[in-house]
Design a protein around this ligand. Sequence first.
Ligand code: IMP
Ligand code: MG
Length: 174
Amino acid sequence: MDRLKPFIGPAEISEMVERVAAEIDADCSMSCPVIIGVLKGASFFVADLARSLTMDFELDFIQTACYGMRDEPSAEVLIQRDITTEVKGRDVVVVEDIIDRGHTARVLTQHLASRGARSVRLCTLLRRASGAPGLKVDYTGVSIGEGFVVGYGMDYKERYRGLKGLYMLEQDDG
Ligand code: IMP
Ligand code: MG
């Protein structure tokens, strides 16, 4: 049985979305950036963020899968679905649900730079305080500790994405 412990409620999520959107607006409004949501986990976050931005932008999505156990130092990130937008010479903002070890963020930054993006900024709702210390993240909703988070687009084995708030997953033994 999975147990879900309330972690961050919808009102607090909305406040984070508004703050992050204002920060992105302030930095990027001159260049009509390409906002790239990382599927599937960031789909709700990027949809809310996009509605809170006042600037002009283009929206695209990319889907990744990360193979490798949580305690392994390296992992393979596979791009399962690529963007269709031409990013050459454009400013890009990658929107993630959670930056954990930062493998996805690093691979996507390289991928978009190799496509000729003028700049690649990273935006995430949640950032694991312990993970990826050297990684520069431009926009963060909130920094969190350990524990597996679900809801608001984030899953455990494809479940729980539809929850309106964020929850900590606690698994009973047996
Ligand atoms: P990375 O280690 O930063 O590359 O994170 C890879 C992916 O792991 C994230 O985009 C999430 O999809 C997933 N992930 C990491 N921690 C959690 C969590 O607490 N809940 C749900 N997904 C997570
Ligand atoms: Mg996931």
